[in-house]
Design a protein around this ligand. Structure first.
Ligand code: AMP
Length: 214
């Protein structure tokens, strides 16, 4: 089954995608993660997009689409995938739906933006595993270190309040309108997530996907 996870920056897409991937053995495809690893490896792509990511802007549609096409053609995506962070523009959405994949649903993680600002400002990440911590609500056992590998956690450059506001502006202007278009083509399920723990949100998602996956 292929699904699209939709939501504002920091709505919890990455966390839920990882839980879904683990439960259903579908591949988690995060365009943000692909771009960040290109930046970290200083590849030509990474050099090109690094400043766009830091500023919370959007990488251009054609480049994104080529990246995605390559990723989705890999063998590990053939049993199903969860798209996280794509599409972000109407053009991306339209092109995605011409690729020949069957999408079972768009899961929209709806969260109030004030709650997200709070969450993102305190978010810390273990890059290698994608494990996500919150300095107040889900702190690591040792400050600044991953619980399992004890490697240092990072704070994304775009997780500072100023950048978070810029990313919301981009989301509200360019990405949110895409939901209406997707919902006109694919079944949409809205998950009201404000104030809920990741495990509670996942229970709702799992119940819904279990029914669809029967
Ligand atoms: P994310 O991890 O999904 O929040 O993505 C981090 C950053 O990567 C975004 O702020 C954009 O700069 C870039 N990015 C990720 N996915 C896309 C996309 N589909 N289109 C354009 N830019 C993207």
């Amino acid at each position: 089954m292929n699904i699209i996870l939709f939501g504002a920056p920091g709505a919890g897409k990455g966390t839920q995608a990882a839980l879904i991937a683990n439960e259903f053995s579908w591949q988690h495809v995060s365009t943000g993660d692909i771009l960040r690893s290109a930046v970290a490896s200083k590849s030509p792509l990474g050099v090109k997009v690094g400043s766009i990511l830091d500023a919370g802007g959007l990488v251009d549609d054609e480049l994104m689409f080529n990246l995605l096409r390559q990723r989705l053609s890999q063998p590990d995506c053939q049993n199903g995938f969860i798209l996280d962070g794509f599409p972000r523009t109407l053009q991306q959405a339209k092109t995605l739906l011409t690729m020949g994949f069957d999408f079972s649903c768009v899961l929209y993680l709806e969260v109030e933006q004030e709650a997200i600002i709070q969450r993102l400002s305190n978010r810390r990440i273990h890059v290698a595993s994608g494990r996500v911590y919150h300095t107040v609500y889900n702190p690591p056992k040792n400050e600044g270190l991953d619980d399992i590998t004890h490697e240092p956690l990072i704070r994304r450059k775009d997780d500072y309040p100023e950048r978070i506001r810029d990313r919301f502006q981009v989301f509200n202007e360019s990405t949110f309108p895409v939901l209406d278009y997707l919902a006109s083509q694919i079944e949409q399920k809205t998950i009201h997530s404000t104030g809920l723990a990741a495990e509670e949100i996942f229970l709702t998602i799992k119940e819904y996907l279990d029914l669809k996956n029967k």
